[in-house]
Design a protein around this ligand. Sequence first.
Ligand code: ZN
Length: 265
Amino acid sequence: MHDTSKVTAEHPDVRRVAELISGADRVVVLTGAGVSTDSGIPDFRGPQGVWTRNPRAERLSTLQHYMADPEVRAEVWRGRLENPVWSAQPGPGHRVIAEMERRGYLDTLITQNIDGLHQIAGSSADRMIEIHGTVRDVVCMSCGERSPARVTLQRVRSGERDPACRSCGGILKSATISFGQQLVAEDLRRSESAAANCDLFLAVGTSLVVYPVAALPQIALDAGARLVIINGEPTPYDGVADVVLIDRIGEVLPAIATHWPRWVQ
Ligand code: ZN
């Protein structure tokens, strides 16, 4: 990562991306962990990632262990109370993507992030697919009932180690996709359909290595869309993208937005 961004508003690639966005009919944005690192949410898979530094954290995120072991669940709930997500604020990347929607540039936002920061920044739920779920809800693994996470977390704070579903007694779990758990089929179908029908696919802050989400840019390319990649590190798609900006998300996206009419930071 650079100390300071080399990409400024006047960079020709930045100007080009601004033009591609305002000139496209249907823009699909795919976001990953890189959009939320400015908000203090750790990147789980990056070089400094939580899983890279603590393999036990990966065990706690595996569905099979979670379902089988009440001690794993107790540890997960305890840890969740401390999750930086509860105090995190949207960063510049979230704000620019919300502004894209307000300006009518955005068709669909697909996010791999589970922190809910896109909604807090103003992106609307009906244009968004949280492909890996959200920590802001809890789901019962038996009856499927969904409820706000804060209710369950309050029970944990009050001393319940492994709070059970109040409707059926089933195991409660964060409404996120764990290791060993399938994506929600409808979310994946909608994502693939959005990619196949867009004319510009913008991948932001994602390493594009985790499938099946990593297949979405290829679906867009096959359908004739342009591909723009903005990420802190190279991705496997860099060679086939129309524009690649390897730099800080929190600086590149606002630099792009300066080219939109009446943009105020
Ligand atoms: Zn239940």
